[in-house]
Ligand binder design. Structure first.
Ligand code: CO
Length: 211
């Protein structure tokens, strides 16, 4: 059997098992999608949102990219954010990075990864530069990378707060709250490193009037 055929085969077994546990499982989800959470995570195969939070299909709306970045020209991410906030009306947006992230590690090298990876990783270099003083003082490379991972999710939470999508929802409905989390590959535990409640004032330069 080819590798991908194993996936299709296991899918059949999974669907049968779900039906056995709960005969209405698929019927219920067919007519209703009301997740409370939007998850913006790393594409890393070891950090699957549902599995590490022990949630089921239907509970988390998910966007993933390399190093869980919120880039203000990323039409893909902004479409997901718009849909999750304005149509699904999620109450929480979670940016979840992970310790040992290859994207973060790559960004603090001087390697030329060629376009388009250079373009993407540039966003992480900018996070480093914002926090250079703190990061330069950390001599242990792993600790430095881990701290940058934490600062990165915090900056991505700020990037969310800079969007008119989030600011409009905050003004009109006092939601969603924003969260920056970092998952540990070594112990499976999530470290909640930063939280921004709905309505928080950020630098006024980024705050829109007439929302
Ligand atoms: Co990663």
């Amino acid at each position: 059997m080819k590798a991908y055929e194993v996936l299709l085969n296991d899918n059949k077994k999974w669907a049968a098992r779900k039906l056995e546990e709960d005969p209405d499982f698929f019927d219920r989800l067919l007519h209703l999608q009301t997740p409370e959470f939007l998850w913006i995570g790393c594409s890393d195969s070891r950090v699957p949102a549902n599995e590490i939070t022990d949630t089921q299909p239907g509970e988390i709306f998910v966007h993933r990219n390399v190093a869980n970045l919120v880039v203000n020209t990323d039409v893909n991410l902004l479409s997901v954010l718009d849909y999750a906030v304005n149509h699904l009306q999620v109450r929480h947006v979670i940016v979840c990075g992970h310790y040992g992230c290859g994207g973060i590690r790559a960004a603090i090298t001087n390697n030329d990864f060629k376009p388009v990876l250079n373009m993407w990783l540039r966003n992480i270099k900018d996070v480093y530069r914002l926090h250079r003083e703190e990061l330069d003082a950390i001599t242990d490379e792993d600790k430095k990378t881990n701290r940058l991972t934490e600062l990165n999710v915090k900056e991505q939470v700020f990037n969310l707060a800079k969007t008119s999508i989030i600011q409009r929802a905050w003004k009109k409905e006092q939601r969603p709250d924003l969260h920056g989390w970092v998952y540990g590959l070594n112990d499976g535990l999530i470290n909640p490193v930063y939280e921004m409640k709905a309505g928080t004032h950020i630098d006024e330069l980024y705050e829109y009037d007439d929302l």
